[in-house]
Design a protein around this ligand. Structure first.
Ligand code: NDP
Length: 306
């Protein structure tokens, strides 16, 4: 057993944070690790003093930095400037506090949507700064690029329990789950925004939590690592919608509103580096993970974020 760790998780109440809570309470529980999960109620990480006070109180040895202003395509398009300002403040405060309180390791999240728009595929870890990001999310992307100086992971599209299921501001999968719910209730067709042809790599939040815990414990390179399913496991939005339809047991028709933006056509990332380290890692079958997410949404409809 190594030295005991105090691990502070910022954004511990969000989609990824809640998956961490579930995984460390069960399969990844260790006696030498104390985990502290923060939400915005513990302090505003946009505020330098409040951030410092949190670090002084908990004295973490390790930090998993998840807190961010996060949203799907349509929220990014609407609030590009807010995305830049809020995330830049949060990241600067958290990383500076890590430095001041001599945190041994901080694992923070980039995202595959921050990579250049015009690029060759698959995207890999060396290409973060090789050109402007897609215009739909340049605020978020530029802010995130600025934290590419420490020990970072790069997840693709995350989904799972405790996601934000808001119809306009959410990512594509939780948005679809909510739309299917309403279409079923109202006896109407499911209207998918865009053509359905863009492609995405989706990662279940529990798989991401498992991999980030491994990064915190074992991965010691300063360079980032992409945490993603393989290139062959990329799904079109149409395929993802069909899995949601199946997961929700929806019986109505599916239509596409092609007047709505598709966003970036694809951002296929290579997980070759991850697979070199973790050839044993098995991603949850999306059919099962999407079904679990749909069931969770149905059971928690009244209280979930939407
Ligand atoms: P969520 O939106 O689900 O959660 C965001 C978390 O950040 C919440 O715990 C929220 O607290 C906290 N937070 C937000 N603003 C502040 C603030 N000013 N002060 C303190 N806490 C704050 O995000 P996800 O779990 O989806 O994302 C986690 C990380 O993963 C982020 O860094 C994101 O950029 C990255 N990522 C996410 C992807 C995705 O598809 N979801 C894809 C790639 C990367 P509260 O609950 O109290 O509001």
């Amino acid at each position: 057993m190594g030295e005991s760790k105090v691990i502070l998780v910022t954004g511990g109440s969000g989609l990824v944070g809640r998956a961490f809570q579930e995984v460390v309470a069960t399969e990844e529980k260790r006696p030498d690790e104390t985990w502290i999960f923060l939400s915005s109620k513990d302090g505003d990480l946009c505020d330098a003093e409040e951030t410092k006070a949190i670090f002084d109180k908990h004295k973490p040895t390790h930090v998993i930095h998840l807190a961010a202003l996060v949203g799907g395509l349509f929220k990014n398009l609407k609030y590009n400037l807010d995305f830049w300002r809020m995330n830049t403040k949060i990241n600067d405060n958290v990383l500076h506090s890590c430095h001041l309180s001599k945190v041994k390791k901080c694992v923070s999240c980039l995202s595959t949507c921050i990579f250049p728009d015009k690029t060759t595929y698959p995207i890999d870890e060396t290409m973060v700064h090789n050109g402007p990001p897609h215009s739909s999310n340049f605020g978020y992307a530029y802010s995130k690029r600025m934290i590419d100086v420490q020990n970072n992971v790069v997840p693709t599209n995350v989904y799972g329990k405790h996601d934000n299921f808001n119809l306009e501001d959410s990512h594509v999968l939780p948005g679809l789950i909510h739309k299917v719910y309403l279409a079923e209730k109202e006896g109407k067709p499911l209207v998918v925004w865009g053509t359905g042809s863009p492609r995405r790599q989706f990662i279940y939040s529990k798989d991401l939590a498992r991999l980030m815990i491994w990064v915190m414990r074992e991965y010691n390179e300063a360079d980032p690592i992409i945490l993603s399913v393989g290139e062959d496991d990329e799904l079109s939005i149409k395929e993802a919608a069909e899995l949601v339809v199946e997961g929700m047991g929806f019986t109505g028709k599916l239509e596409y509103d092609t007047s709505k933006s598709d966003g970036q056509f694809k951002k296929t990332a290579s997980n070759a580096k991850l697979m070199k380290y973790r050839p044993d890692f098995k991603f949850t079958d999306p059919k099962i993970a999407i079904k679990e997410t749909c069931q969770w949404f149905l059971s928690n409809y009244e209280t979930c974020r939407k």
